[in-house]
Design a protein around this ligand. Sequence first.
Ligand SMILES: C[S@@+](CC[C@H](N)C(=O)[O-])C[C@H]1O[C@@H](n2cnc3c(N)ncnc32)[C@H](O)[C@@H]1O
Length: 206
Amino acid sequence: MRKFTEYIGSQFGNPHGFVGMICCFIMNVINQAMYKNTVTLINIDRGDKFLDIGYGNGYLLQRIYSKTEADLYGIDISADMMKQALKRNKKAAKHGQLFLQIGNCCDLPYEDNMFSAVSSVNTVYFWSDTVKGLTEINRVLKPGSSFYNVVYTKEYLDTLSYTKKGFKKFGPEQLMDLGRKVGFEKISVKNIVKGKSFVVIYTKYS
Ligand SMILES: C[S@@+](CC[C@H](N)C(=O)[O-])C[C@H]1O[C@@H](n2cnc3c(N)ncnc32)[C@H](O)[C@@H]1O
């Protein structure tokens, strides 16, 4: 049983194959409040560049495109997720506005000051180096723009059997401290579901 829960946990960190596809579908269903808050908070327009870190099956990218028609960029370590996200975001692709890559958020293949907004929903647990990831995101954001880091609380994750291994769990204060360390100018926290989920908004100096 422990092996099975560890396997499911590893699928959340790097979804692949049929099980990975199902796990992502489940995430899309249970994380609606997270996506909804992210889409509401992100205020960008057509012509802006938006980056989603760990885009999974591309569900959030699709919702952001419906609202903004911004150029969609994404980076994810899973080749299978790239296939899923490409399928899901055909409309943006058709208009030449979809730029997905396989890669690691700790080494972003983008120019400095490129993005009007960056998001990550439930991926920070899996980054090999949180400081490096945040440093890279700060580098690629335009001055005055924000990174929306959407997470479940440590307390909530501790109640789930599959998060025992392979998940780094953070509280809001810890994520704020890490953001200050890498030089974000303004950092705030908004609860999504009190005690369960929240978003840390990191804004680059303007
Ligand atoms: C729990 S899933 C969340 C997927 C998507 N953000 C969502 O909410 O539907 C975590 C995603 O982050 C990706 N991921 C994990 N570590 C990563 C890293 N270091 N850089 C980029 N993506 C990563 C995984 O492949 C997976 O697609």
